[in-house]
Design a protein around this ligand. Structure first.
Ligand code: NAD
Ligand code: MG
Length: 387
């Protein structure tokens, strides 16, 4: 099996390499290309260990160091976003899309055009270009599989079921580090506090998105497109233990849930082996030690991102890219210390309500170019928006 990993040096990318490291003891898995950004050391170590044919850093400034470090190996070394896009044109059996943020969208689309299976961790792809992706996968007969734990769970719950019999899909959310904080406390939340996720260990940006629940907001939009659901079929429940990864309620009021430890390797392994299941050495849940599973209704006042997601879900598709771009800029501005924790959702709300943005509500983008234009426009606006 020929594999390409976009975002190999990240949290998901590294988990995927762990899964493949184990599984290739039993079968032939060739990682033909990996991509990263600033972590050149990691990129080199992985390129050498997995004997890849091609390695790409998104950052041109690292090209000479990467070339130098890999000089004694027969590995093609490249840099820049064009080289990443070119890498997505290589035919492969399984591609993992695990770049963080909007930069992961173009290679995901390109990979769908050229590969047999694309495992999508980059949720921004479905948020910004959901309809385009679903149409492309159909047109090019590409299997797309969700890696995000909630969507992977829903996908597993739907195995052998008809989507027509789905009454409701409930995404679980841990509630993040501020689940029990008051609005006053959240107002003063620091970057370090926002990064302290109670259950999952993830990249920096998605950890902060979990604290604001923008992550769950993006996941609602992701689920709408991936599973062709209507807004009123989507729900969120706070489940602090993060053991149930999501559940599906059917027309006969039976509910099927998928459970697992909070470890992305399970979802990655599922997509790598789909439609089969293969034995792994991954952890199982110790239910007796776990003791109990609890649930709470989400608080839409303290987590306005969930309320804002409804605006996007009810639109015809044009607002996904708007929402994501505004959220990415808000996140940058919070990380740099320019705005406070709660200002992130205020900024996104303000952008969504601008007259020139509201107009996009009925305009579903039909090409990547259109999505990129919206992304660029909203980023410019959100950088300048004063709160
Ligand atoms: P991360 O920050 O740990 O890693 C991101 C990867 O993207 C790295 O390999 C980095 O080099 C690369 N990258 C960064 N900027 C880039 C750029 N401009 N161009 C090209 N590559 C670039 O992120 P992560 O937590 O692994 O998340 C990756 C994706 O998976 C995100 O879309 C996230 O929402 C999704 N996801 C992550 C988790 C998780 O547990 N970490 C769970 C579900 C979904
Ligand atoms: Mg998730």
């Amino acid at each position: 099996m020929k594999v390409i990993i976009f975002g190999a040096t990240g949290s998901i990318g590294q988990s995927a390499l762990k899964v493949i490291r184990e599984q290739r003891k039993q079968e032939d898995i060739q990682i033909i290309a990996i991509t990263g950004n600033n972590n050149v050391e990691q990129l080199c170590r992985d390129a050498i260990e997995f004997n890849v044919e091609r390695v790409v850093t998104a950052n041109d400034e690292h090209l000479s160091q990467l070339r130098h470090n890999l000089a004694s190996y027969e590995i093609k070394v490249l840099s820049g976003s064009e080289a990443i896009l070119e890498t997505a044109q290589i035919e492969a059996d399984w591609v993992l899309s695990a770049i963080i943020g909007y930069n992961g969208v173009p290679p995901t689309l390109e990979a769908i055009r050229n590969s047999k299976t694309v495992a999508i961790a980059n949720k921004e792809s479905l948020v910004c270009a959901g309809k385009i992706i679903m149409d492309m996968a159909e047109k090019f007969h590409t299997t797309i599989l969700p890696v995000d734990s909630e969507h992977n769970a829903i996908f597993q719950c739907l195995n052998g079921e008809s989507i027509k019999t789905v009454r409701k899909v409930t995404l679980t959310a841990s509630g993040g580090p501020f689940r029990n904080w008051t609005l006053e406390e959240m107002k003063k939340a620091t970057l370090l506090e926002a990064l302290a996720h109670p259950t999952w260990s993830m990249g920096k940006r998605i950890s902060i998105d979990s604290a604001t629940m923008f992550n769950k907001a993006l996941e609602l939009i992701e689920a709408k497109y991936f599973f062709h659901l209507k807004t009123d079929q989507l729900d969120v429940i706070i489940h602090p233990e993060s053991i149930i990864h999501s559940m599906v309620n059917f027309s006969d009021n039976s509910t099927i849930a998928q459970l697992g430890p909070h470890d992305m390797k399970h979802a990655i392994a599922y997509t790598l082996n789909y439609p089969n299941r293969k034995a792994t050495t991954l952890d199982e849940i110790d239910f007796a030690a776990q003791g109990k599973l609890t649930f709470e209704a989400p608080d839409y006042d303290r987590f306005p991102a969930l309320r804002l997601a409804q605006v996007v879900l009810k639109s015809e598709g044009g607002l996904g890219a708007v929402f994501n771009a505004a959220k990415e800029v808000a996140l940058d501005r919070f990380i740099s210390g320019e705005i406070g924790f709660l200002d992130m959702s205020s900024l996104v709300e303000e952008v969504l309500m601008l007259p020139e943005i509201i107009g996009l509500e009925h305009k579903s983008p039909v090409s990547l170019n259109e999505v990129s234009e919206v992304n660029d426009l909203v980023r410019r606006i959100a950088k300048e928006t004063r709160l």
